[in-house]
Design a protein around this ligand. Sequence first.
Ligand code: PA5
Length: 432
Amino acid sequence: MIKRTRKHVIGEALMANLTEELWGDLHKMAHDRLYSKSGEGSEMTDWIDWPLKYQESEEYKRLKETAKRIRNQNDVVIVVGIGGSYLTPKMIIQSEYGEFYNELAEENQNPKIYFVGCDLSPDRINEILELICGCEWSIIYISKSGGTMEPALVFRTFWQKLYELYGAEADSRVYAITDAQKGILRSIANERGWKSFAIPDGIGGRYSAFTACGLLPIAVAGIDTDKLLQGAVDAMKDCSSNPNSFAGIYARWRYFNYFQGRKVELYAVNAPEISFFSEWLKQLFGESEGKDGKGLFTTSAIFPTDLHSIGQVIQEGTRNVIFETFINREFKTSVKIPKTNLKDNLNEKCQGKEFYQAVAAAMDGAFKAHTKGGNLCCTIKVGNTLEDMGYLMQSMFVSCAVYCYMIGVNPFNQPGVELHKTNMKSSPEWDN
Ligand code: PA5
């Protein structure tokens, strides 16, 4: 059991297996390598102390002012990006507002937000173009390299529409978030005079949550970015001063499983509102660790929903591959289970109890059943505030980098993804 002094994150791992003797030296070496910037890819570790620097920067003030302007001017904002260039805002907006951000946007005096460029479906593009017809809208285009095909193709489609609608004014409705100097998006943004923000050289896509890449769309959604950043700053301090912070323990938990031959990690979240947190984790870990024939395969499920489908195979299917990290986030509101006149035999057991207790019972039931099935399980408990999320996200960056150094891979490159990008550009499909 790991207890933190603040309530933010409490991980309950199989601590008996994670003793200093077993993994201490390797873990310490990996932690030192990250913080002394002597590991592979160390030029991409500026995210380590970024939250504090950014919190105090002039650019952050400009970002908040820009977000206000975008909110005042628009009914709809189109956010274009893929991978690390869209998952953070998508995830935080979902975890703050649940599934219904857009449905409640008007009531909450927020612009609707549509994420595009993370897929290439012509049907979805058409649906969104139809939905925004007659609205005031602008575009936030996020691409660190500026050359990724999926967002570039979808951006040009929306840009063309924007230009047809607004003419020369269209240029004042595009906000570009990209490299400070390099890349095609940077040159176009400079040439057309688009307002822009830079993703620093030393921070890669999936580690860019606390740059404008994550924070601008989050602020546009009316979410308090100060709180999110504060959580990240708290984690930043805890992680650097203590190798056995939550981040360190989680790195060792993953290493322990990897070492024992379990090659699949399942993130099991306790609510649909945080399903994108699993997507975010899958991308962070998957792209960081999966190379040189190494790394865990990360996958996810929502409990109790998926307990009634793939729960069966998780528990009793092919053995030796799975360990589970349960993510139990506190709920923000409560619903009491009512007393009714139904003869369903549930009054005695459940009336007057809360739904969060029902969720806890489902998670507890799954934890025990899956452990019995032979999986190793641990739980991460997360509070429901933005500080809690910021803390957890920054901790996960550290955890991921430390774990990657433990298994001996560079956490900051993604050669496979780059090959996909090149292949897509040169595919013969374009010649048909
Ligand atoms: O983490 C990463 O580096 C990737 O997932 C990128 O974010 C993704 O490929 C998009 O790249 P870009 O922002 O250059 O368009």
